[in-house]
Every structure is written in C-alpha cells, then in structure tokens.
Ligand binder design. Sequence first.
Ligand code: PLP
Length: 417
Amino acid sequence: MQQAIAPATKTTHFDVERVRAYFPILSREVNGCPLVYLDNGATAQKPRQVIETVDRYYRDQNANIHRGVHHLSQRATSAYEAARETVAAWINAPASHQVLFNRGTTDGINLVASSWGRTNLRPGDEVIVSTMEHHSNIVPWQMICEEREAKLRVIPVSDKGELDMAAYADLLGERTRLVAVTHVSNTLGTVNPVREIIDQAHAAGARVLLDGAQALPHMRIDVQALGADFYAFSGHKLFGPTGVGILYGREELLDAMPPYQGGGDMIERVTFEKTTYNTLPHKFEAGTPNIVGGIGLAAAVDYVAALDQEALAAHEQDLLHYATGALESIPGLGIVGTAARKASVISFNIAGQHPFDVGTLLDQQGVAVRTGHHCTQPLMDRYGIPGTVRASFAFYNNRADVDALVDATRRAVDMLS
Ligand code: PLP
C-alpha cells in the first residue's frame, strides 16, 4: 500500500520540475492565472501517491479496524498499523506504540495538557511557553494551568524573532514542570535551538513538548537525537490528508498517563464496576480513527522519504534567500522575522497597507498567501502589528513562484498607492 515511488533521483541537484509533476493541483489556474501556491504553512498540497492511496483505500479496502475477523477488516488493520510503523521509522521513534495517531498537532498538545498536565501539575508549578507559539500551544496550557492553579511563564522573543535564551535560562527553576515550544515558528520561520532548550529543561528536571507542525515539512526529525519527551505534528502539513496527526511520547511517560478520552478500542475490559485500559498506543486512541488518514499519511512520508533530503533542504534555503532578497528590494516592504536560522517562511508587511488588502490583490493574480495573525496573536502584539502577509514555501515551489510573488506584490503596491 505504501510503496515508495522515487519521484526524483538522488543527486545533489533538486529536480523541482520533476517533483512538481507529482502534485496535480499545481497545474490548475486561479483567477485566470497559473496557481502560485505559497500557503504551505497552513496546509500543503498532496502528491499523486497520497491521492491515489486514499482513493484506492475507499475503492478496495474500506472496513473498520482492530475489531473484525473478516478479510477487509484485517487488511485495513494491517495497513493502518503498517502506517504507524512507517511514521515511527521516519521520526526514529524507539517503538511504533509510542506513535499515537490523532487529529493533528492541536489534538496532540491537548492530549498532553489534559492527561499529563492533570496528573503532574500542582498549585504553584510552572509551564513555560514562548511568545512565538501558535495558539494551539498556548491555550491548552492556559486552560490546564488555570485548572491546576499552575503558572504560565513566557520566553520573550527578540526584534529579529529569536528566542531570548538568557531569559529562558532565568525562567527555568525548581517549579518548572514542562516547557512547550515550537520547533519552527509558523509566522516568523525561526528554527529554534531545540536541542539546547531540551537539554536545559532536562537539567532543571522539566519535561519538554515540541510543536513540530512547521518542522516536519522542512527537515528530517529524529526524536531520539532531540531527546524530546513529546513531539506533535500534523499530517496535512506534511503532504498527507487532513484530520490526522501524530503525537510521539516517551514510553514511561505515556504509560503513566491516564487516557485522554474514553470509548471503544482504548479499553481492555469494561464492567459497570471498573474498566481497565488497553496498552499503548490504543489507550490514547478511543473510537474509530481516521483510518484512511493514517494510511495516506504513510504514503506522504514514503513520498518525502524517497526525495534527496540534503538537496531538498538546499533547494528550500535557496528559495528562502532568493525570495528574501527580491522582496526586500520592494520599497516600503519590511520582513517580520529575520532570525539567523529560518525555514522557508517569509512574513512581511507593506508600510501603510493592511495585510488583508495586499493578500487579496495577490490572490487576484493567482498567488495564494496567508494574511492575518496566523494564530499567533501574542506575537503580533509583541511587534505591535495586526498581522502579516506570509509566503510559506514547500519543496515543490520554484524560483518562478518567487518571481510571480514579487511581481504580484509590486503590482499590489502600485494599486494601493
Ligand atoms: N502549531 C503550529 C506551529 C502551526 O503552524 C499549526 C497550524 O498552523 C498548529 C500548531 C496547529 O495545527 P493543526 O491545526 O493541524 O492542529
């Protein structure tokens, strides 16, 4: 089911045109112009392998998993569990039962906040997040801190969009129970020094959750090398289907945590007097999961894994630097987020113009970008702006996409002035 079809040969040159041919949507038009899709941070497009896997599943294989003795149920179960193995291998999880399927990053963070937080946070304890977090990595912690009478502490960010690591060191203390930070900022593109963050948190006796929503699409992740206690990400940003995501956790932590939701599949035995729970990963997977989502996500991982990772990373960095230079040459344009280490995400504003107006004019020219606060309102407050225009690049974008963005932005500036 998850056969790897190598879309590009292994060379140091990234053959972007060959890769683009695997993404059918990239050849459509929008508003009479060729689509230039630069909203990959919100969701990525899907290669043919994923689309065909989903289609084939419903045509040929659909059944509920884990509970049936019949042929289709067994095939679906095998495909779903094989998908878990594929994802576990891709992130180098020690065992596939440490890889929990869920709805996405938001769901994974809520699971940890709810299950781990409820059992481990005491009044006066502290949880550290950062100013650049997505609301998904703020609000669940606020909710559980309020419930447990714990305190939320916040790592500040610099004008360039880097975490203030000295302030982080000061925040860490004996009351710190958990540090929850994003690996890559969805708004600024900043790649955070997560190894350092984890090492310092562990030295202070705290656990670390990394929000990997924006990291997986741009870089290879090794959860063991990172030493993260929890790592959450979304399938749809990783070229897979929507409605499926992953939470990786350390075995001893997951084992000790109570279930997040009750229902089918997560139980061992139910009586009205007492219910006992299933083992990992099923303890955290109540109800019928997004079966085809998991299988489709594995198809996406197989697709990405077949690409030359080094060439892919170099290609994305080339797009980042090429686009940064070209955008900066537009009068009145200011880039928000100029960290030394960035993924291929560029937020910008045009002096005197609202990001929505710029985004609307770009859309009229076939260029899809995101505008607004990007679910990072505290970060917008930090910079005193209502939002930004964000162009987020995937490996299937090319320099022609950058040129189209820059030309369309210039025209938008002319039209608005
Ligand atoms: N964290 C970050 C950094 C994100 O960029 C996003 C989505 O944009 C999320 C979390 C939430 O992801 P999802 O909506 O797939 O749960």
